[in-house]
Design a protein around this ligand. Structure first.
Ligand SMILES: [Ca+2]
Ligand SMILES: [Ca+2]
Ligand SMILES: [Ca+2]
Ligand SMILES: [Ca+2]
Length: 356
């Protein structure tokens, strides 16, 4: 109910004149036995007046733009908006709000469901959304299907902090005065998490994807390898090298916990490739390698390897320049303890290393 102040004043006067019965929420009671029967001159009147009035100020401006759109011309919408009282647009700004369904802490390769539907405006519905993200170094994920929808998704593939921001615009074109912000931390949950990202300066768009892997790729293709000691240092070992052609081999005891998993192979630029091992074998030293499988004519790339032990970043070795077909032996990881050691003071790179 909306009652204006001058109406309240009038109603109170009416209440006094009328004996205290106010609107539909007012009550008037008489004590039992108070009715005068003509014989009891001392009858008492016990009347209680309860005033229950709420003043609500409702400044919502309802915009019925659709009713005014003349579909005969492209300027019709502009005309409709121009007919809205401009004074109604003054006042508070639209408020942008972000909700992330998956929460603030997720493992790598989580598809985040973002929503700006909690945004609001005193001037009517929200008509425009614009999202941004500050992502960890090496991550080039784009909003899907675009940064201009109310509920985009976003694949958080690289470990680290993502800061999402949202601005909105209401039906009158008013922008939000403040940008909403939400932070999501991507933390690897496995004992060993190895992440490879790369920068290919010859590729003008490193965020695009696709290709047929025969004649064309949208970007260069580097690969992550994890060697078990039983590979005797040979990459592309069919059992004891975990890589794109052997993504989840059986290592250690006959149980999945000590098997490595290549959870993400990227063939079209930037990465990441993610390699995980939940419960490494005791008394085993693993080796990490990076191979430049195919440059797809985009030229050399700068590789970065990050190694996380139990969710904690232990080493990041970045900016290592690789040419097509080169193999970089980057790290050793010793278990138990998870000691991460760089192989060599400078990158140890073998030229023209091919699948034997
Ligand atoms: Ca590209
Ligand atoms: Ca790859
Ligand atoms: Ca196993
Ligand atoms: Ca890619």
């Amino acid at each position: 109910m909306v009652v204006k102040a001058w109406q309240i004043a009038g109603l109170i006067i009416l209440a006094i004149v009328g004996g205290g019965c106010l609107s539909d929420t007012g009550t008037r009671r008489s004590a039992p036995g108070a009715e005068a029967d003509g014989t009891d001159a001392t009858a008492q009147i016990d009347a209680t007046v309860e005033i229950d009035a709420t003043v609500e100020i409702d400044t919502t401006v309802e915009i019925d733009a659709t009713a005014q759109i003349d579909t005969s011309g492209p300027d019709a919408l502009d005309v409709a908006v121009a007919e809205i009282d401009p004074d109604a647009a003054e006042g508070t700004c639209p408020i942008a709000r972000i909700a992330v369904r998956e929460g603030e802490r997720v493992p790598p390769q989580t598809v985040l469901h973002l929503s700006g539907l909690g945004s609001s405006s005193p001037h009517g519905p929200i008509h425009g959304y614009e999202w941004w993200v500050v992502q960890p170094d090496g991550s080039v994920t784009l909003f899907s299907p675009s940064p201009y929808v109310a509920e985009p998704t976003f694949e958080a593939n690289v470990a680290g902090l993502y800061v999402f921001r949202l601005a909105v615009r209401d039906a009158l074109g008013n922008p939000s005065c403040a940008v909403a912000e939400a932070r999501v931390l991507v933390v690897p949950g496995d004992g060993i998490h190895v992440e490879l990202t790369w920068d290919t300066p010859g590729d003008v768009n490193q965020a695009d994807t696709g290709g047929d892997q025969i004649y064309f790729s949208a970007g260069s293709d580097l690969d992550l390898h994890l060697l078990h000691p039983k590979a005797y240092g040979q990459y592309f070992d069919r059992t004891y090298d975990c890589y794109w052609d052997n993504v989840n081999p059986e290592w250690g005891i006959f149980a999945p916990e000590d098997n490595p998993r290549l959870d993400r192979d990227d063939t079209d630029g930037a990465g990441p490739e993610n390699l995980n091992l939940q419960a490494p074998e005791p008394n085993v030293t693993y080796r990490v390698g990076v191979h430049y499988w195919n440059d797809w004519a985009y030229g050399p790339s700068l590789a970065t390897v990050r190694i996380y032990i139990d969710g904690e970043l232990k080493d990041e070795w970045g900016g290592v320049r690789l040419e097509d077909q080169e193999m970089w032996d980057s790290h050793e990881i010793a278990w138990p303890g998870g000691a991460v050691t760089r192989i060599g003071d400078v990158p140890q790179i073998a030229p023209y290393y091919r699948d034997p």
